[in-house]
Design a protein around this ligand. Sequence first.
Ligand code: ACO
Length: 333
Amino acid sequence: MIYATMRSIASYIPQRCVSNFDLEKLVDTSDEWITKRTGIKTRYFASENEASSDLATKAGEIALKRAGLEPSDIDLVIVATLSPDYVGMPSTACITSYNLGIENKPAFDITTACTGFIYLLSIAKAYIQAGMYQNILIIGAEKISSLLDFTDRSTCVLFGDGAGAAVISATQDPNEAILDVHISANGRYNDFLMTPGCGSRNPANQHIIDSNLQFIQMKGNETFKLAVKTLAQDVEHILQHNAIHPSEIKFFIPHQANLRIISAVGEMLDFQKDQVVVTVDRFGNTSAASIPMAINSIYEENKLHKGDLILLDAFGGGLTWGSALLRFGGNPL
Ligand code: ACO
């Protein structure tokens, strides 16, 4: 039987650290409000000349090295991003592959916002279990600062930039397998989170730019309520479906949008505090990069080991959501 395993994990965090106090100078907000409502203290922004593919390339290089693979060993590259280098084409995955020295292999992007990494796992698992590929590089990469309206305090304080990458490989060993991945979506709520301008619905023109419609807009409160309910249901479902009790999970690694959402879902599902991984305080919401960055942080702290059972869960624009249950397959650092 062929299984898919997460052979390595890596991340790249841009250099510029932006604190809540820095944002107080831009918009009418306060460290107290941001901390209390979101749990965020800092986030990192890419430099002007860094694009999402540059962040993806740096995370991808480390993921390849940690997997002990050469660029020529990779059969497919997929990037999840809501902040691609270019609107339309070329894909961020094509640019990233070329940067990494991976040529004449398939590469494509997916757009499922904050649920990006769970969708990537689902696609990679299916290709590998079908016997089509041996090694797939998946990357969540975001320069969300390029999509932020720094006159809108309700969104600009929430997000950060970064990239997280993993190599997903074929294995015969069930003790390091990705056990289950569940993904879903409901376009009914497409206007909860959107970048309304510069696509085919509202092509770029002076009015669009003057109205800041090229930037992220969010119905925060409505999204918050739906996120808590959907995430809790989704986790319950995947645990029941695999007959696993929350106490058997080493780490619960939810999407890092808001500490209040993470705590509410963690409590509803009876996870202990030390089971729940939190990085939103340091990185803010890095959308498709948030889950691999969080996995990488416990890996680099030497808390995550081969065979550990982890549970991932995400919710984002679309709306989209999903969860994954896997035994980590990476070697120690
Ligand atoms: N600083 C100070 N005050 C603010 C700020 C700010 N940065 N932002 C909003 N406020 C004010 C509002 O104007 C409002 O004032 P009012 O009562 O006078 O009208 C008040 O604070 C409360 O605003 P709410 O929007 O009700 O605040 P809430 O407690 O809901 O928190 C937040 C807002 C943090 C955005 C929260 O709703 C949230 O986290 N939503 C979900 C985010 C999420 O899960 N997104 C999904 C993934 S993202 C993706 O896919 C890209």
